[in-house]
Design a binder for this molecule. Structure first.
Ligand code: ADE
Length: 338
């Protein structure tokens, strides 16, 4: 069924749904979740076995670049386990009391999702250990010689955590994800195209094979980016009152300064800095980040993984180096992006 979510004849109901499009595009069942085959198979066994034993599933850690579907997997696991998903993030848990409040408010069988777990502070991490291992919360009451510890028993729960920076996780924390640690990989172009076909149908966007392929090629093999570009190209097509053909997509994404490889102005600035200011490297990405006035974490999480994936930069013991392909790509870019 195709909904005319874009047309000016939108029903009131569709207009009201519009702000929640990201939620609308999120797969609601395993059959709708495309790709990451090996993770899905492992999770199927882990979850079925736990359900059969009538126990909560063991704690799971997902890592990988942003936008590949870590949160979506957590939602699907919660659904499978039949509990509620409670969502928080490392930086949002500022005090031990914040974590205590979250944990003691869980219902048996709930899933606690902690995003960006690498940003959890050390003291809180240590409170999390016994909660993960033995389902208890050790709380210190008072200070100095009169301080005492009380132990609260927690409802059985599953912790699913996600990080873009596995290397920043302490070894003790990593070792407590007894259900497994799974790395999400970039998707293939074919998988992205299937995701886009599904999204276009949900959004009621009229498109063709070539239009979707043009988006898939520029999607950085990342579903979140693919869906973002689809929506921007849809806006463009709508304003021009044209279908979402390859030509419309190329012009829409050119306006966004996304090039044929899906590189954004910041990606190109990174390459340009590496090549023009530092003779191609090798150089630490922190130096590049400083040179382009960008957050180091953003360069490391968002830009570097894709540039490495498509072979425009490479890792050496002394830092990152631009490859021949990076020189070629930059030469081909200005003045037009396509
Ligand atoms: N949206 C985000 N990730 C997805 C996936 N893996 N499959 C389908 N839709 C998605």
């Amino acid at each position: 069924m195709s909904r005319k979510a874009d047309s000016v004849e939108n029903t009131q109901e569709e207009v009201q749904k519009a702000p929640y499009l990201d939620q609308t595009l999120r797969p609601a069942g395993w059959e709708e979740y495309i790709g990451q085959q090996s993770i899905k198979e492992n999770l199927r066994i882990l979850l079925s076995a736990a359900k059969e034993r009538n126990q909560p599933a063991e704690h799971i850690l997902f890592y990988g670049p942003p936008g590949l579907g870590k949160t979506t997997l957590a939602h699907l696991i919660a659904r499978e386990l039949g509990g509620q998903m409670r969502q928080t993030s490392g930086p949002a848990i500022e005090k031990v009391g914040d974590l205590a409040a979250i944990l003691t408010n869980l219902n048996p069988g709930d899933l606690l999702f902690i995003d960006e777990i690498h940003r959890l502070n050390k003291t809180i991490e240590e409170v999390l250990y016994p909660a993960m291992e033995s389902g208890v919360l050790d709380i210190v009451i008072g200070k100095g010689p009169s301080a005492r510890t009380i132990q609260l028993e927690l409802p059985p729960f599953t912790l699913v955590a996600a990080t873009t920076r596995i290397a920043l996780l302490s070894a003790p924390l990593r070792s407590r994800f007894s259900g497994g640690t799974f790395r999400l990989d970039f998707y293939t172009e074919e998988e992205i195209k299937k995701i886009l076909e599904r999204s276009a149908k949900i959004l009621g966007v009229e498109t063709d094979h070539e239009g979707l392929r043009a988006i898939a090629k520029r999607s950085r093999f990342t579903p979140r980016t693919a869906n973002y570009l689809l929506k921007r190209a849809r806006d463009f097509a709508q304003m021009e009152k044209r279908p979402l053909s390859r030509d419309t997509v190329e012009r829409a994404l050119s306006l966004l300064e996304v090039d044929v490889l899906g590189l954004t102005p910041t990606d190109r600035k990174i390459l340009e800095t590496l090549i023009k200011k530092f003779g191609g490297g090798p150089i630490g990405l922190n130096t590049v980040a400083a040179a382009i006035a960008e957050e180091q974490a953003t360069v490391a999480d968002v830009h570097e993984p894709y540039l490495l994936q498509i072979g425009l930069i490479e890792r050496t013991p002394r830092g990152r180096r631009a490859t021949k392909a990076a020189y070629e790509h930059l030469k081909q870019q200005p003045p037009g992006l396509f």
